[in-house]
Design a protein around this ligand. Sequence first.
Ligand code: ADE
Length: 216
Amino acid sequence: MRIQVITLFPEMFKGVFGSSMLLKAEKLGLIRFDLINLRDFGKGLRRQVDDTPYGGGDGMLLMVDPLFRAVQQAKKVDPTAKVILPTPRGETYAQNHANLLAQEATGLILICPRYEGYDERITEWVDYQFSIGKYVVTGGELPAMIIIDSIVRLLPGVLGGEKSTEIESFQTGDTIEFPQYTRPEEYRGLKVPKVLLSGNHQKVEQWRSKQTRHAL
Ligand code: ADE
């Protein structure tokens, strides 16, 4: 899966793409990351990417032309890629979106808005608009990282233990994984639930399904 990210702050991705599971996935050749600096598509000597909103209002908006040309360049490289725009106005991102994209998309293009927003006309070239929750962060970079992480970990070969994605939270509907414990059996007076030490597989399963919560 080829993942192209359009951003004014490519350096924000270095730590996330260069660590842990995403690094492993890239080293295994399962994914490839390309950072596209939106500034390269800016207007004039100052490479301007933003302008004031029609109708007035505070702040600056990303102009449609630099965004369009950045998306066009990414599409030229990967014509079937799905274009994702993180925005508080989007559909709330959930596990089913991650599952769908991990199974069906061969490439992704993520646009990271900044400033007070973007010219709405860019959405003509967008396949998915996602919100990561009912709060506002400063730009699309953190939401993009969350979306990328949630998809890449589902790609076959990335997590190793394939079962670990099956039993975990949200994978089977709106449920949240049961609590887990490891050694020692007692820590500062806090004990591991007895049933987990019993060796009785059936009892353990019963306990776990009772502990599984439903998301709000
Ligand atoms: N940009 C700013 N806040 C956001 C959110 N909650 N989801 C997606 N993109 C955003």
